[in-house]
Design a protein around this ligand. Structure first.
Ligand SMILES: [Zn+2]
Length: 263
């Protein structure tokens, strides 16, 4: 039995991906638990990034104070084009924002529930693609900070989605795409002043997931509705656990929920 707050699952690139469930101080290799019965029980408490415990989060896995004050919950987290640390302008905590924003970022195309555009820190792209359940990914451009990646993404979003349809992503694998051709097509929409950041490397990364069978008519489970979540694990994809009976559990959205895991 393991107890503690749940964290985003840790992954390692392999064929298929190796998934580790993080709960409290424990790190549990999930691939070997596929086709076995596992149980999660929520204690009714949550732990915020500030370390304080509550009976529930205020919004998006943050307490009231952190949601309104912590740099991890600022507007530019969700709208990278609003980043200003590289211009020396503070949003909530300039030192934290400099560390987070001023480093090389990638703008990429991936295939999760279909083609999508996205941004991530350089060297985090694999984790990002795995977290969204993508089966393919290619980098379009490397920019020196997060703000520029956001500006580039805004332009490309007019032509290609920046969202994953999680239901579709969890229903099976999408049709394979020719990402090299798609990159050649979409880079024409990058504004002239950002064209210098397009990178020539056209390496396509392929990703496969440890899923024994895909569910149909998916139903998402949450601790808000059920204190106990259990079932036979049939796979892991993105940040989701897939159970028999067509139910899925979004691990990331339950980050900070203090729970017990039995397996
Ligand atoms: Zn907090």
């Amino acid at each position: 039995m393991c107890q503690g707050p749940i964290y985003k699952m840790y992954t390692e690139y392999n064929d298929p991906i190796d998934y580790y469930f993080l709960i409290g101080d424990h790190k549990i290799f999930l691939n070997s638990l596929i086709n076995t019965h596992i149980t999660f029980e929520w204690t009714g408490r949550v732990e915020c990034i500030c370390g304080q415990q509550f009976s529930k989060f205020y919004r998006q896995n943050f307490c009231y104070k952190c949601y309104w004050n912590a740099p991890q919950a600022s507007q530019s987290i969700f709208k990278p084009e609003l980043c200003t640390a590289d211009l020396g302008v503070e949003e909530r905590d300039l030192e934290w924002e400099k560390e987070f924003q001023i480093s090389p970022h990638y703008v990429y195309l991936s295939n999760s529930s279909g083609l999508k555009i996205g941004i991530t820190r350089k060297n985090n792209e694999l984790t990002r693609w795995i977290d969204q359940g993508a089966v393919q990914g290619i980098v379009l451009a490397e920019v020196p900070n997060r703000r520029l990646s956001g500006l580039m993404e805004i332009e490309l979003k007019q032509h290609v989605s920046d969202r994953t349809n999680w239901r579709k992503m969890l229903s099976g694998n999408p049709t394979s795409l020719n990402l090299v051709d798609l990159k050649k097509h979409y880079i024409q929409y990058i504004p002239e002043d950002l064209q210098e950041f397009i990178i020539a490397n056209n390496k396509v990364t392929k990703i496969s997931y440890p899923v024994s069978v895909y569910p149909s008519k998916i139903k998402s489970l949450s601790f808000e509705k059920h204190n106990t979540i259990q079932g036979k694990l049939i796979g892991v994809k993105g940040q989701y656990l897939l159970f028999e009976n067509n139910t899925v559990f979004n691990v990331r959205s339950h980050g900070g929920y203090i729970s017990t895991m039995l397996f």
